[in-house]
Write a protein that binds this ligand. Structure first.
Ligand SMILES: *[C@@H]1O[C@H](CO)[C@@H](O)[C@H](O)[C@H]1NC(C)=O
Ligand SMILES: *[C@@H]1O[C@H](CO)[C@@H](O)[C@H](O)[C@H]1NC(C)=O
Ligand SMILES: *[C@@H]1O[C@H](CO)[C@@H](O)[C@H](O)[C@H]1NC(C)=O
Ligand SMILES: *[C@@H]1O[C@H](CO)[C@@H](O)[C@H](O)[C@H]1NC(C)=O
Ligand SMILES: *[C@@H]1O[C@H](CO)[C@@H](O)[C@H](O)[C@H]1NC(C)=O
Ligand SMILES: *[C@@H]1O[C@H](CO)[C@@H](O)[C@H](O)[C@H]1NC(C)=O
Ligand SMILES: *[C@@H]1O[C@H](CO)[C@@H](O)[C@H](O)[C@H]1NC(C)=O
Ligand SMILES: *[C@@H]1O[C@H](CO)[C@@H](O)[C@H](O)[C@H]1NC(C)=O
Length: 305
């Protein structure tokens, strides 16, 4: 008579192995995590249903382009493009435009500590035909600012230093002929300048002798950037049942399908697509069946031996 401890131990080990192995086939059969996560849209304040090519909030980095990572804090949506932080005022999925205003301007500050230009990103973010530039000069001579239409001086305090600022909404000063030459030489002695895009429609609100308040008002209306983020690849991907994303390792578009990422579209199964649960159960039951039959075979062999 053999002691009963061996079969008991055998069945116990088999049971543990079964849990692990059959459990893992179950996980494999589940929808890919990236597919699930990138199918989610998020809301932030008044901006609803943010999806590809943006990431942020509940959308992990791999769901969007690395330069289009949004940050939602206190119901304010923000994006940082080349070191400058902007408040997102709107996202238009049809025209693929992003309306943004510089965060410092949105907070009524036209004299920020860091003077940085707004920069576009070739092949990703570009200005639209509605954008115009305003040039803001800093640290100008305190005396002798000439007056020209659509231009004005304003007081500034940066790094605890009082200074004179000057802005002009005129894109080509030369158009004002000789009356602009004084201004051109005055502005040449300002230490810094930045170009800030504004909407052409907002420019109309500035009077010919504008105030600092008027300037801030139009800056707060923001401007548009149009994005180009492999939109046709994304459409192909979505049409095949996938979710659009971006692989930062390969720096390429990625199409996340139910059973894993693909380059551009999800493979279409040749037979009628089975429901997710039906697809799952055979692998689970065949796994269990395999263990039981192996167990029974061994048990029978042991007994006959
Ligand atoms: C915007 O378009 C993207 C890409 O086609 C899509 O993933 C997202 O769901 C759309 N968002 C809304 C609010 O329609
Ligand atoms: C203000 O000070 C900071 C820190 O020293 C410096 O980086 C920045 O350029 C200064 N700003 C201006 C406009 O001089
Ligand atoms: C960016 O936009 C400008 C005008 O809006 C256009 O002339 C230019 O071709 C665009 N550049 C790219 C790379 O699309
Ligand atoms: C505004 O200025 C930027 C930077 O100098 C430039 O790239 C852009 O084309 C300008 N936009 C317009 C509408 O002139
Ligand atoms: C600015 O205006 C002057 C005079 O009208 C013109 O000769 C010049 O080409 C313009 N410059 C630009 C950059 O448009
Ligand atoms: C911003 O861009 C303008 C025009 O391109 C340039 O003259 C100016 O020096 C730039 N300012 C900064 C702070 O980089
Ligand atoms: C990116 O591509 C690499 C190489 O193909 C792969 O190992 C990685 O899992 C991919 N990452 C994502 C987020 O798809
Ligand atoms: C578009 O896709 C190509 C190939 O996947 C990639 O190299 C490129 O960086 C993508 N561009 C953008 C703006 O996502």
């Amino acid at each position: 008579m053999q002691p009963r401890v061996f079969p008991a131990m055998y069945w116990f080990i088999t049971f543990i192995a079964m849990i692990f192995l059959c459990g893992s086939t179950l996980v494999f059969a589940n929808d890919d995590e990236k597919y699930v996560n990138c199918g989610k849209l998020f809301d932030c304040g008044d901006i609803k249903g943010v999806g590809y090519p943006f990431s942020g909030s509940n959308r992990p980095d791999y769901c969007g382009h690395p330069e289009l990572k949004l940050d939602c804090s206190d119901q304010d949506l923000e994006i940082t493009i080349q070191k400058v932080t902007y408040k997102v005022l709107g996202i238009n999925n049809q025209s693929r435009t992003l309306r943004i205003a510089r965060k410092d301007h949105a907070e009524n500050n036209i004299c920020p500590t860091l003077l940085l230009n707004t920069t576009w990103i070739p092949n990703l973010l570009n200005y639209t035909s509605d954008d115009r530039n305003i040039t803001i000069h800093y640290d100008c001579p305190a005396q002798g600012a000439p007056t020209l239409p659509f231009s004005s001086e304003f007081p500034c305090n940066i790094n605890s230093t009082e200074m004179t600022g000057y802005f002009t909404a005129v894109s080509n000063l030369s158009e004002f002929g000789s009356s602009a030459s004084n201004l051109i030489s005055y502005l040449a002695s300002c230490k810094d300048s930045i170009e800030v895009p504004v909407l052409q429609s907002a420019l109309a609100k500035i009077s010919s002798t504008p105030t600092e308040t008027q300037l801030l008002e139009i800056l707060k209306e923001g401007f548009d950037f149009v994005w180009t983020a492999n939109d046709s690849l994304c459409e192909t991907c979505k049409a095949s049942g996938g979710q659009c994303g971006y692989n930062q390792t390969t720096a390429a578009f990625s199409c996340y399908c139910k059973d894993g990422p693909q380059e551009s579209s999800c493979p279409q199964s040749p037979t009628a697509a089975p429901s997710p649960t039906a697809a799952k159960s055979p692998s689970m039951s065949s796994c269990l069946l395999l263990f039981f039959s192996a167990g029974v075979t061994l048990e029978v062999n042991r007994k006959t031996a």
